[in-house]
Each structure stands twice: as C-alpha cells, then as structure tokens.
Design a binder for this molecule. Structure first.
Ligand code: ARG
Length: 475
C-alpha cells in the first residue's frame, strides 16, 4: 500500500517499486517502529490531537500487532514498500481509516531514524555483552599461564621473553577500549529524533521531550533538520564494529600461527576446528581464519556508509536508506563471530614446555646483559655494544648467551662479572621486569586482577542498561 496517492495519476513502475522497496531488509525494525509509534500516539493523545477513544483503540491495535509480529503471524506482503507502510497496513486492517491517524505530525523521515537508533542501541548492547563474555574468557585463560614463559616477538622475530599470561591478557585491554567506545557512543546516540517531522518540526502540539522520555532516550533533538539527516551514530557504530573486527583479526592471525605445526604452541579444540574434505589428517583453525577474514567486510561496511554520507544534501534523501544493510550486516557478522571466538579461546590449550624451551632462543636475553651493565653505571650505548658483542661471539661459536665463559664475558666488558648469570635465565629476565604494566608474573597477576574487576563492572553496567532498554520496549 503506497503512503501517498493524492497528487499521482499513475502507479509506480515495477522497476521503481523494486528499487525503492526496503522491506526485505528493514522488516527487522518492526518492533522498534511499533514502540516508537506508541510513544508518538501518547503525545497525540495527551495534546488532544486524537480523542481518548481513538488513542485507546490505536494503542490496543499496536500492542496486538507487536505480538503478531513477534509470533510471525503478521508478515509483510508483496505490495508493502517498507516496514512503516507494512505496519500502517496492519493497523488499517484492524481499524479501518482510523489506522491512518498516527501519521499526523510524523514523517517516515523522523520515524525511520528513531527506529534505527532504537535498533542500534539494542544491538550494540548485545555486542557489548558478547565482548564482555569474550574478555572474561581471555582473562581466565591468561590467568592459567601467568608463570609460563614464551618468546615475545617484534617483527615476528624473538625479542624478549614474556609471561604467556601477559601475551594473552593484552587482548582484554583492546576489548576494554572497544567497550569504552560503545559506552561513549551510547551516550551520544541517546538523542531522540522523534518530532522532527519531515524536516521542519510540526505545527501540531507535539512534545519531543515526552516521546524521548517514553523511549528511554536521554534527550531530544535540538535542530529538526539535523535530526532527520544525522547518521553519525551509524557511521560511528560501524567504526566501533570495524575496530572490534580488526582486534579479532589479530587474534585470528595469532591463533593460526600458534596452531601451525611449525609453532605447535596451541592445541585448538576439535569443537572449534574443521577438517579437510580430501586430506584426512587435517585439522584447520577455520574459526581463527574467519575472524581474520571477516574484518574485511566490517571495514567495507564502514567505508560504504561514509561514502554514501559524503556530500549528501540536507535533510532526508533516499540515499539514506542505504545506511541499513551495511549496518545490519556488521551487527550480524559480529554476533556470529564473537561467540565462536570466545569458545575457541576458552577451549584452546597451550604447550607450556614448548613455549618455555623456545623462550631463550634467538638471543632473547641480550637486553638483560645491556640492562645489567646499565645498573653498573655503564652508559646504555656502551652496554648495547657489549651485549651485541656477546651475541656475535655466540653466533660464531654456535652457543647461547649463558654458555659464554666468565673470562669471555669479562673480556667483552670488565663489568660483566658472574652476577650477570642471574639475569641470563628466562626466569631471571621475566622476574626482573617489574616496572608498571611489565611482564613479571607479579605485575601480570595484578594486571589480570584489575582487568577482571573492570570486566565485572562493565558486565553490571551493560546488564543494567540492557534491562532498562527491555523494560522500555515492553512497557
Ligand atoms: N525506507 C526509508 C528509509 O529507509 C524510509 C524513509 C522514507 N522517507 C521518504 N521520504 N521517502 O530511509
């Protein structure tokens, strides 16, 4: 059913209808559309635009429709253009001409962005809950390996030994920033556009503050033209989702590498691996690879929306309809990916012995020699030079640093006395890195404890925000 007609003498061509139709992807906005319609109805009733009888009948029909949509007994049909027109048809089927009263003082322009904001808040809260679950899996896993050493890398070359718990826990920090971004975003997105109308507000006695409050928004728009044109919240959400995707891709790369037979550090559970159709021996880390691969489409969706918005005139233009598919796709992609990655992380076991044996390889203790000399008041450049000479000697004689003799060490620098042996072990090196945020097991344990505390605080905060949102939807 078209929402216009008065000034048209011809129906839309099939191609026009097919191109402009958005119901195939925007139907999922239906619950939010009904909820925001009920808020709009509330102000039409309190301001006297609608009689109490009409308002009561429309509200009852909207509630019925809400249940029917949830059950799947009310569905879009071929002639519905979008979610708004489908639901107006539903209302008219129940109430006849009265069903059209709700359009007073409202346009699809403020309606669609109100719905999309509600959808966005609901789903970004869900993403936050998944991130929190993953963060807690990371921290649990990290706490199992605090006292295990492993090579730490730069340029994928052995750099310095680290606590493997430290290595794992770093991911929890990245996701903590993502959670912060979601919280910031929530505060900025919690602005109701309802009441902006087509672009210029309304001559009817609407009350944007009341509808904003009814929908659980923190505030309402200040400029009606901005309100219907603004999709910053979609672009920003897509950035946050891309950043999460990029973080997941780095986990994916790490897990793929660690599960390779060359590394063989990670034993990924069968439940989170796949086999090969031709090579019976294969066990592939597909979850990790998909985590790496799907970041591409997440970034693509962000670029797609930013490009659509660039140079777009104010106020509403149909281009804006292109905000939905990329956004829905990013949400759906992450809601598939996050639980799988969480499961993969919490069921992976690491080969402690193998990692410990690898930790001192590649002369990863050379910095310890330099630091030892610095503590003996040798200038760092000289100390660096001496440590380099130790590495060169080892390389030419095929030995490890701790295998150099006392006399060889003293010959390189007189300050390299037997005391240096204490730091020429992985254990010594690891336990010496006690600076704040460093890799010594004591610091790592503190770091993980603090991160777990933050994780619980985020969990409570997001649970509270989610239940307030659910309450609003159900009221
Ligand atoms: N389906 C449209 C969208 O998603 C709804 C708004 C249509 N507004 C209009 N003036 N044609 O953007």
């Amino acid at each position: 059913m078209a929402l216009w007609g008065g000034r048209f003498s011809q129906n839309a061509a099939d191609a026009t209808f097919a191109l402009s139709r958005s119901i195939d992807f925007d139907w999922r906005l239906a619950p939010y559309d009904i909820r925001s319609s009920r808020a709009h109805l509330g102000v039409l009733a309190t301001s006297g635009v609608l009689s109490p009888e009409d308002a009561h009948a429309i509200d009852a029909a909207l509630r019925e429709l809400y249940v029917e949509v949830a059950k799947g007994s009310f569905l879009p049909i071929a002639t519905d253009e979008d979610v708004h027109s489908a639901l107006e048809r539903g209302l008219s089927e129940k109430l006849g001409a009265r069903g059209g009263s709700l359009r007073a003082g409202r346009s699809r322009n403020d309606q669609v962005t109100t719905d999309l904001r509600l959808f966005a808040i609901d789903h970004m809260l869900e993403i936050a809950r998944e991130i929190i679950a993953m963060q807690s899996a990371i921290l649990e896993k990290a706490s199992e390996y605090i006292n295990d050493s492993a090579p730490g890398f730069t340029h994928i070359q052995h750099a310095q030994p680290v606590s493997f718990g430290h290595e794992l826990a770093k991911h929890a920090q990245a996701f903590a920033r993502d959670l912060d971004r979601i919280k910031d975003w929530l505060a900025r997105t919690s602005v109701s556009p309802l009441g902006a109308g087509a672009l210029a507000g309304s001559s009817l006695p609407l009350d944007p503050q009341a509808t904003s409050r009814a929908l659980g928004f923190d505030s309402h728009f200040a400029n009606s033209i901005d309100a219907v044109s603004d999709r910053d919240y979609v672009a920003e959400a897509l950035f946050i989702l891309s950043m999460i995707g990029v973080h997941l891709s780095r986990i994916g790369e790490e897990w793929t590498l660690w599960a390779s037979s060359e590394f063989a550090w990670a034993k990924v559970s069968d439940a989170y691996s796949t086999g090969s159709s031709i090579m019976p021996q294969k066990k592939n880390p597909d979850i990790a690879e998909l985590a790496r691969g799907k970041s591409g489409r997440l970034v693509g969706n962000l670029v797609s929306v930013l490009t659509m918005l660039k140079g777009l005139p104010f106020a509403y233009n149909r281009d804006l309809q292109e905000d939905k598919e990329p956004f829905f796709d990013s949400i759906d992609t992450l809601l598939l990916l996050l639980p799988a990655v969480t499961g993969m992380i919490s069921t992976t076991e690491f080969d402690r012995e193998k990692m410990a044996l690898a930790a001192p390889l590649g002369f990863s203790l050379a910095t310890e020699i330099a630091d030892y000399l610095v503590l003996k008041k040798i200038p760092f450049a000289t100390a660096h030079e001496a440590a380099g000479a130790c590495v060169a000697l080892c390389e030419s004689s095929n030995r490890l640093l701790h295998q150099l003799s006392d006399s060889e060490l003293v010959a390189i620098n007189p300050a390299l006395d037997e005391g240096v042996r204490a730091v020429l072990t992985v254990h010594g090196a690891l336990h010496s890195r006690t600076s704040a945020g460093g890799t010594s097991p004591t610091r790592v344990a503190e770091q993980i404890k603090a991160a777990m505390k933050n994780n619980i605080a985020s969990k409570l905060d997001i649970a509270d925000k989610s239940s307030r949102f659910m309450e609003m939807m159900g009221s």
